[in-house]
Ligand binder design. Structure first.
Ligand code: CA
Length: 196
């Protein structure tokens, strides 16, 4: 496997630095951001395998950020919290995070949990980028490009393209589409299709 790409979002510089060193020594490719409001813009240009997300951050808190990330991405997220009670609250909010780690933690524990989350997310059968002719589709950022130019598309359009690029040569009938897309667990189809 290539070096997993991890983004650490943590405003406490010392913690961020210790984690960064530890993940790098475990062959991760590490990026660090110290503010919450820089994360979404950063993600647009960077495919990531995992995000470590602190709860209390300047600019934008971890809860809002996790919700916003989940609107467009299924990248695994591990939330870092300062207290056990916070972790309990987060669990109740059902943010879509993959794991929760309470401070103080040992870097060794964080790396072990990160690897476990990556193993689980590895069950995703699709590669990160699908390419067909001039089209390229990133299954993580959900970006579609034609001749390298980014297309503005709806979730339905993304789902159709992803399905067609996954099963090249297959003909789809509109009436069978909904059942098929559900059976193959396609993300991005949010309702029955209407004729284009
Ligand atoms: Ca913090």
């Amino acid at each position: 496997m290539n070096r997993p790409r991890i983004l650490i979002v943590e405003d406490e510089v010392k913690i961020a630095s210790v984690l960064s060193d530890y993940f790098e020594s475990h062959r991760f490719h590490v990026s660090v951001l110290y503010r919450g409001d820089h994360v979404l813009a950063f993600m647009k240009g960077q495919p990531l395998d995992l995000i470590l997300l602190d709860l209390m951050l300047p600019g934008m808190d971890g809860i809002s950020l996790c919700r916003d990330i989940r609107k467009t991405s299924r990248v695994p997220i591990i939330m870092l919290t300062a207290r056990v009670e916070e972790a309990d609250i987060l669990l109740g909010l059902d943010l879509g995070a993959d794991d929760y780690i309470v401070k103080p933690f040992s870097p060794r524990e964080v790396v072990a949990r990160a690897k476990a989350v990556l193993r689980r997310s590895g069950e995703e059968p699709l590669p990160r980028t699908l390419e067909t002719g001039p089209f390229s589709l990133n299954t993580q950022s959900r970006e579609v490009r034609i001749h390298k130019v980014l297309l503005k598309i709806t979730p339905n359009e993304y789902g159709i393209l992803k399905a067609l690029m996954t099963a090249q040569g297959r003909v789809f009938h509109a009436r069978n589409w909904w059942a098929w897309s559900r059976a193959t667990n396609l993300k991005g189809i949010t309702g029955p299709l209407t004729p284009i």
